[in-house]
Design a protein. Structure first.
Length: 698
């Protein structure tokens, strides 16, 4: 069980990942970002600063950097900072300026996703309840904000229209943006600060005039950034002017938002095939409905960037996907092979919802701006490469070789065009051909292969691959194989190993399990059946060949855990009461338990010794089965979990100093409930705790 959670801990300081110097000139063209005259292929990782305690920010930003992230994205949730009208909060973990100052210290560029609508599985998509209240009876505000009490010909009682060019709504947005600017001023890119770009709204499908109105407000206030972005899905009803905002795309391996409760529903399988279409038709189907595989006319003239490549997936009450590290790696490799020159992960780092004053701040079916799903009150772990408490999941390591490659060879890769010798429009599980693509420029390039699809067992393929006039030896590509091979790159004519990095005069390659390594040099020498020797012993001249595990930890200062575990004392003090009736709610999916329902949960007491709980690395791991669980400290809810087959985790360093006992509540699983549980979950009716342990992350 331990290895499924954490593969080790990070000790910072041995390597500073190279990132662009803040403030250097930034431009873009149809291929890539260009920083200080050099093409770059950034790795952007999403972390929501207001979902992470402020005293953990610096440590977690460093972990992201060591994972290969070279740019951060973060939402600014309106209802996190103005839950009550006119009362803005920039204190504690809402202190955006302090977060940006830390990013400046760590030389980490930041993309601010400004809203006003963000989604992010936050209540109302981040729009405060009081704003929704104005849609039914906003006359006092309209009379205050507009001298005439409204637009010409309309009465003062006309409701405001959200996410539109309604002047009253835009006046509220302007107040929001002005408040955000107080946190950003002096920290923009032109000032030598980290803020390199801003996104307007999110997943908007209306008229481009609205997005342009948001940009004009931002420019008027003083936002002056190298570039601006929008989500490239769904298709806008009318476009924005060319160059005003770069469209960014996404893909996910599965989605909690789907209303079906079966395995493998939706068309997420398309994310595992190389294709020219940049976006996804599976994102946010609960809000956006059916989407055509179509971009706005002219969007192909922009560089191919992503902002929401699924590093994991959240769990909703009715649908609880279990995402595998191979899912994240395969999608990233496929996007890179399909032409993307910025890999942006949503999420790269999980988090915990802050406490609300008026409401909990999680997405729920019953909110006025319903987004159709019941999410946990506290946890937003997202199964991300770095989880809710900064714990690294396997994909954190698995993705690092890709990220190192993008740092060291981004300038080489960025101008390369993608071509697609294999079929693009495949059916689910189609297994009659190898999935592969080529990125090339002149006689140099990379051959990308992906013999993996979520929930499918693709068979081994025997094939000879050709690119840039070079033919590789006939290969048997194993089941689940994901890799790319260089052609006429860095003195290598071709290699059946993956290029990882170029540092200090050495070239690092990663051997691919199941494929014999051949390295043919441009000098004419060919090395056959080469075996990995590690980072210190070249296999020839300056070429080092690594195993996958060695490549995943290349340049990473780390101490691997001895997996020692300490069993924590716990006891059951109350059996579960009568089973609740699970109904479908406003969005026609199963409703999460109410506060009253938790009174009938089974109750366990967990004793903690004071010498453990205040260590900055002590993680509580609860292995249980049931429907869902909650953790209370001194009577206050501190963590929750919708059961989906993985342990329930909690960072004990966040507990109050006087807390030496926790209360765990578990509601029993009802096998006939209209919820999706993954194959990894124990579907036995009822509830039980099998183990509670302290996991030392150092």
């Amino acid at each position: 069980m331990r290895k499924a959670i954490l593969l080790g801990c990070l000790l910072m300081g041995a390597l500073t990942m190279r990132s662009a110097d803040l403030g250097k000139p930034v431009t873009w063209d149809s291929k890539s970002l260009i920083i200080d005259g050099h093409r770059v292929c950034p790795v952007m990782g999403e972390i929501h600063y207001s979902r992470v305690p402020a005293d953990e920010w610096q440590r977690e930003v460093r972990k992201m950097r060591e994972g290969g992230v070279t740019m951060i994205a973060t939402y600014i949730f309106w209802n996190h900072i103005e839950e009550k009208a006119g009362i803005f909060r920039w204190d504690g973990q809402r202190d955006l300026r302090r977060f940006l100052e830390i990013c400046k210290q760590e030389q980490m560029p930041v993309v601010l996703r400004l809203g006003p609508f963000c989604h992010g599985e936050v209540r109302n998509g981040g729009i405060p309840d009081w704003v929704f209240g104005l849609t039914s009876n906003p006359s006092p505000l309209r009379a205050t904000l507009l001298p005439s009490g409204g637009r010409k010909g309309e009465g003062s009682s006309k409701p405001i229209s959200l996410r539109s060019t309604d002047p009253v709504f835009l006046s509220l947005v302007e107040k929001l943006y002005r408040q955000i600017f107080t946190q950003v001023q002096g920290l923009q890119w032109k000032d030598g600060g980290p803020v390199i770009a801003a996104q307007f709204d999110n997943e908007y499908r209306g008229r481009g005039e609205y997005l342009m109105a948001l940009k004009q407000i931002a420019l008027k206030i003083g936002f002056d950034l190298p570039f601006y972005t929008r989500t490239g899905w769904p298709e806008l009803r009318t476009p924005v002017p060319y160059g005003a905002m770069l469209p960014l795309y996404g893909d996910y391996a599965d989605g909690f938002w789907d209303k079906e409760v079966t395995e493998g529903c939706g068309n997420y399988y398309k994310a595992f095939n190389f294709k020219t279409f940049r976006s996804s038709t599976a994102i946010g189907t609960d809000l956006l409905g059916k989407q055509d595989a179509k971009l706005n006319k002219g969007d192909e003239q922009y560089p191919y960037f992503t902002c929401e490549l699924g590093g994991g997936m959240a769990t909703a009450y009715h649908r609880r996907p279990y995402v595998y590290p191979e899912d994240a790696y395969s999608m990233a490799l496929v996007k890179l092979g399909s032409g993307s020159n910025l890999l942006g992960y949503y999420m790269y780092h999980g988090g915990t919802n802050p406490d609300g004053v008026l409401h909990t701040l999680n997405e729920v079916q019953t909110s006025p701006g319903t987004a159709n799903n019941d999410l946990p009150v506290c946890t937003y772990d997202f199964q991300a490469p770095l989880g809710e408490f900064g714990q690294p999941y396997p994909q954190y390591y698995m993705l690092r070789p890709l990220h190192l490659f993008m740092q060291d060879f981004g300038e080489t890769l960025a101008p390369m065009e993608a071509s697609f010798p294999a079929p693009q429009d495949l059916k689910r599980g189609q297994d009659d051909a190898l999935r592969w693509a080529v990125r090339s420029l002149g006689d140099s390039g990379f051959i990308f292969i992906n013999n993996y699809e979520r929930f499918q067992q693709l068979t081994a393929k025997r094939q000879q691959l050709t690119a840039c006039g070079v033919t590789l030896p006939r290969l048997t590509v194993p089941t689940g194989c994901m890799a790319f091979f260089p052609v006429n790159i860095a003195g290598i004519r071709y290699a059946t190993a993956q290029l990882v990095a170029r540092r200090d005069g050495k070239l690092y390659l990663m051997q691919i399990p199941g494929i014999p390594t051949t390295i043919a040099l441009q000098s004419g020498k060919t090395l056959k059946n080469v075996k990995a020797k590690g980072t210190e012993t070249p296999v020839y001249a300056n070429i080092c060949l690594l195993t996958r595990e060695q490549a995943e930890r290349l340049f990473l200062s780390e101490k691997i855990k001895d997996n020692s575990e300490k069993l924590t004392e716990f006891s059951k003090v109350k059996d579960a009461g009568p089973l609740r009736t699970i109904k479908k709610g406003k969005a026609k999916v199963a409703e999460a338990p109410s506060e009253q329902d938790w009174n009938d949960a089974a109750v366990y007491r967990i004793a903690l010794s004071s010498d453990i709980i205040h260590q900055p690395s002590a993680l509580l791991g609860i292995t249980y089965r049931g429907d869902c669980a909650r953790l209370y400290a001194n009577g206050r809810l501190v963590a929750d979990n919708f059961y989906y087959g993985r342990p329930f985790l909690y960072g004990l360093w966040r507990l109050p100093k006087d807390c030496t006992e926790l209360e765990l509540r578990i509601l029993p699983l009802q096998p006939e409930a209209p919820i999706y549980l993954p194959r990894e979950a124990d579907r036995t009716a009822g509830e039980a705790v099998t183990n509670i342990e302290i996991i030392n992350m150092q």
